[in-house]
Design a protein around this ligand. Structure first.
Ligand SMILES: [Zn+2]
Length: 329
């Protein structure tokens, strides 16, 4: 049933919680649980325990060693260039609202104009960077640089501070990727090549370890649910509409047939129209009591498959049809 909405099972959530908590204890060197899970357990009757379960899940997900190589870093004065005013972080460009809603040409022109106007090449040295981070895109790295809590970018912040000592002013300016800005495209290509090389640093922060755990569980889930369709139109619907369509698709709903056959709730599986089962096929497709509503929503006859697995528009109509006769689905 998890395949339709793309949800984790309770078992997967339990696994994630155990292995995340185990990894967290490994990172907290002064926590009593850290000593407990690191030392060899005393010999005693075999029974399920936290350490054994976590290690078993860790092994089954084929996760790398997530123990921290170095003790947890403490926060440095943040941001380290606070006393120096010559570093500025700019995370937007005038006119650029959302990358998704704008075409590439438009983004290219706005970015190029901004660079030429604000940072003319006869006064500025432009250095293009593509920051690869477990945190996501370059903007989130800039957010992390401003944050007082994020320790993952300590080294980067220190490097920027050192660099700033050699310049009269340093600006970290975000620009959108893949919009044909020459230096940026080269940086992208080099980052891609670098990402494919063997990574020799295995210093996992707790957040990095959590990302690896999530991604391993996600990969495992995809293997277990090959029929899941991430492009399913159901993901474009509102939450309420998704619930309705999901209940119709899976048959786990509050129509009389399911309630009676599964839980013995109600006076029987029959529909008030006399049909011998009120279920997810009968209500949208066959019930004569709903003929008027059906004609209103679907003037042309539609196959059941289109009503439940069609486009977002079709699915929206199906959900609206179900609300209209005041049924409890
Ligand atoms: Zn009926």
């Amino acid at each position: 049933m998890e395949s339709v909405p793309g949800l984790e099972s309770m078992e997967d959530r339990r696994k994630k919680k155990i292995v995340c908590q185990y990894t967290k204890f490994q990172h907290l060197a002064n926590h009593p649980m850290c000593k407990l899970i690191t030392n060899n357990p005393r010999k005693r009757l075999k029974r399920a325990n936290f350490t054994a379960s976590a290690q078993q899940i860790h092994k089954s997900l084929e996760l790398p060693d997530l123990r921290p190589d170095t003790p947890l870093q403490s926060s440095i004065d943040w941001p380290p260039w606070n006393q120096q005013s010559q570093i500025e972080i700019v995370k937007d460009i005038d006119g650029v609202t959302s990358k998704k809603s704008m075409i590439k040409r438009e983004l290219h022109c706005l970015t190029k104009n901004m660079l030429d106007k604000k940072y003319p090449s006869n006064y500025w040295i432009r250095a293009f960077h593509r920051w690869i981070s477990l945190r996501g895109n370059a903007r989130s790295v800039l957010d992390a640089l401003e944050s007082t809590k994020c320790l993952e970018v300590n080294a980067l912040a220190q490097a920027i501070t050192t660099l700033s000592l050699t310049a009269s002013k340093l600006v970290l300016q975000w620009i959108p990727g893949h919009v044909d800005i020459f230096g940026n495209d080269v940086a992208d290509q080099l980052a891609k090549e670098g990402g494919m090389m063997e990574q020799i640093q295995h210093n996992h922060s707790y957040n990095g370890a959590k990302t690896l755990i999530n991604s391993a569980l996600d990969c495992h889930w995809r293997q277990e649910h090959p029929q899941h369709n991430s492009k399913d139109a159901i993901h474009k619907l509102s939450r309420a509409e998704q619930v309705t369509i999901c209940r119709l698709r899976t048959g786990h709903n509050r129509l009389k047939h399911h309630l009676f056959s599964r839980f013995r709730i109600g006076d029987g599986p029959n529909c008030p129209c006399g049909a011998n089962r009120q279920d997810a096929q009968h209500v949208p497709q066959d019930c004569p009591l709903l003929d008027d509503a059906r004609l209103k929503y679907w003037p042309e006859p539609r196959e059941m498959n289109q009503k439940l697995c069609g486009s977002a528009l079709q699915l929206g109509i199906t959900a609206e049809f179900i609300y209209a006769p005041d049924l409890t689905i």
